[in-house]
Design a protein around this ligand. Sequence first.
Ligand SMILES: NC(=O)c1ccc[n+]([C@@H]2O[C@H](COP(=O)([O-])OP(=O)(O)OC[C@H]3O[C@@H](n4cnc5c(N)ncnc54)[C@H](OP(=O)(O)O)[C@@H]3O)[C@@H](O)[C@H]2O)c1
Length: 295
Amino acid sequence: MITVMGATGNTGGNISESLLKSGVDVRVLGRSAGKLAALKEAGADVRVGDAGDAGYLTEAFRGAESVYAMIPPDPQASDFRAKQDREGEAIATAVRDSGVRYVVFLSSVGANLPDGTGPIAGLHAQEERFRRLEGVNVLALRAGFFFENFYPNLGLIKHKGINGGAIVPDVPFPMIASRDIAAAAARALLTRDWKGLTVRELLGQRDLSQAEATRILGARIGKPDLQYVQFPYADFTGALVSMGLSASVAGLYAEMARAFNEGVAKPLEARGPLNTTSTRFEDFAVELARAYEAM
Ligand SMILES: NC(=O)c1ccc[n+]([C@@H]2O[C@H](COP(=O)([O-])OP(=O)(O)OC[C@H]3O[C@@H](n4cnc5c(N)ncnc54)[C@H](OP(=O)(O)O)[C@@H]3O)[C@@H](O)[C@H]2O)c1
């Protein structure tokens, strides 16, 4: 049996479906029985609870051959780093107390750094918590920037006719479809082919700049001249707060953008077959375009 946290999310959803298809027993976690109903229908054991509740997680992890662990993002958290730490502690405690021996943890490019990287620092802290556990094999998948991050920008494109953010326009960096992360995670959860705390980067099909991704998306939605505009950090955080994100989360996202812009947060591995995945942004743009048209 394999336990999957965040089973209604980008990565956890695909992992759960693929494990169920492969015929293993799967236990799926999330906060809403309703949102997990389709996975239950497909044969999963559903456990509803909160990622900050170590007792709940311990029971949900108990008996699992491997666990997919992730720290859920909370755009409204008043102190996002503190929440990451609370949930990270709960996860590490549950791994220790449940006796699970294999964990695949969703981390990020830049998680080698303890601070200065916004929300990624919380993933670094979690890798360190796992490193301190004895007898547990943890695979930290350090993923690049999700293609899914373009969804929240569709409103800006629709209403203002531009794409934009705090990241520089022209520097290519690794971007990846979350389904490619899910495929790598599902494989690892089944094969359990690593020892101790092991880090693997997942860098997507190729490095892409914001400007190039914007051009590809623009062409797909019938706006071939769509431009990417880099906003000053203060304007960016202000815009995120006006969209309903907490000041804490907005400030951390700006810090993360700065860490990418200044080359501080970057891959440590050279690109090669093991960290390159298949989904092209050109193909993902078809899905973004569908969502854009439906707005
Ligand atoms: N975006 C990026 O570019 C990027 C890059 C590298 C790493 N990451 C990391 O990726 C992770 C997010 O992964 P994802 O995109 O697969 O997740 P996601 O789509 O944001 O989904 C979050 C999942 O967590 C569940 N959840 C939310 N709050 C919860 C809580 N308090 N207790 C229990 N479950 C909760 C949600 O379920 P319900 O809402 O149904 O409860 C959902 O299943 C984050 O740790 C982020 O730092 C992101």
